[in-house]
Design a protein around this ligand. Structure first.
Ligand code: BV8
Length: 239
């Protein structure tokens, strides 16, 4: 029933925003942050502790080891049917924007051309001194933290950690798209992390229809939203 309603709404949509969280990558084998499944705990600490701004100052080496662990795990993960469906939707609507909270790069790998990465990307490093950004390759780094090739300063993951501001330009772009959306498809997020979780709220406030795909819907879209309780890899191809 809700899939049929969602298909109808999407068939009439002119401007679509897709908002994804860790759940869209769960079927690719990437641990989520909260909820069921293999949540990311490493050396007895959870993601909230490891991925905090404070940790960069306290123990940059540990932060690097945590991200090296995740890159090593991600190097073996492939996009799943949900990522592929979202990539195919780019050309299906007059206006389409993909906004992701994920830092795993799987939307790019699936062929999405312009995902707005609100929390950065763990395949990039950024220099603490000169802020220049560098791509990080798959192989583990011999020295941790790696040195910036331009100025020799220490690199950090180019990722927004807890307690850090989101990249203003990306967040503004996401908010603008949310303000124009007819439909917002929310996939695989507990919608607990702010300010990212404001994006579907902006859509709902502007009268867009929110469709949520999640085995445990977060209810972010409010009473008018269409809830589809299911896994992203199963539901999105149906939509
Ligand atoms: C900020 C990169 C202003 C890192 C991430 C104290 C001090 C400072 C700030 C705060 C504070 N207390 C609260 C805050 C605000 C904080 C916040 O919101 N905390 C929450 C947890 C309460 N936010 C911030 O700190 C943000 N910045 O506020 O700046 C500021 C500045 C200075 C001082 C004060 C304030 C920055 C937030 C960005 C953090 N970085 N990622 C990394 O990856 O290591 S966020 C991180 O959580 C991931 O990106 C993740 O995507 C994101 C959100 O989680 P979800 O994506 O929703 O994933 P989750 O695991 O929660 O849920 C998965 C869902 O999938 C579940 O619902 C599950 O049911 C579903 N699912 C499972 N399987 C499937 C599925 N769905 C579909 N299909 C399936 N198969």
């Amino acid at each position: 029933m809700s899939i049929k309603r969602a298909q109808e709404v999407l068939s009439l949509a002119r401007s679509v925003v897709v908002f994804t969280g860790a759940g869209v990558s769960a079927e690719s084998g990437v641990p989520t942050f909260r909820g069921g499944g293999g949540t990311a705990v490493w050396r007895g600490m959870d993601a909230m502790q490891l991925s905090s701004a404070r940790m960069v100052g306290e123990d940059l080496k540990l932060v690097w080891e945590w991200f090296e662990y995740r890159r090593d795990l991600l190097a073996r993960c492939e996009p799943n049917l949900a990522h592929l469906a979202i990539a195919a939707w780019e050309s299906r609507f007059p206006e389409f924007t993909l906004v992701t909270q994920n830092v795993d790069g799987l939307h790019d790998k699936a062929g999405s051309s312009a995902a707005i990465e609100l929390h950065g990307n763990l395949w990039r490093g950024r220099c603490l001194e000169c802020s220049s950004r560098v791509p990080l390759d798959m192989t583990p780094h011999v020295e941790i933290p790696p040195a910036c090739r331009d100025c020799g300063g220490n690199l950090r993951p180019d990722v927004v950690l807890f307690g850090e501001y989101l990249p203003a330009e990306s967040f503004e772009k996401a908010r603008e798209s949310a303000g124009r959306a007819d439909v917002c498809l929310v996939v695989g997020t507990s919608a607990l992390v702010y300010p990212a979780a404001e994006i579907p709220l902006v859509c709902a406030q502007r009268g867009a229809t929110v469709i949520e795909v999640n085995p445990e819907p977060s209810g972010i879209g409010g009473s008018r939203s269409i809830m589809i309780a299911g896994r992203a890899g199963d539901v999105l191809p149906l939509l």
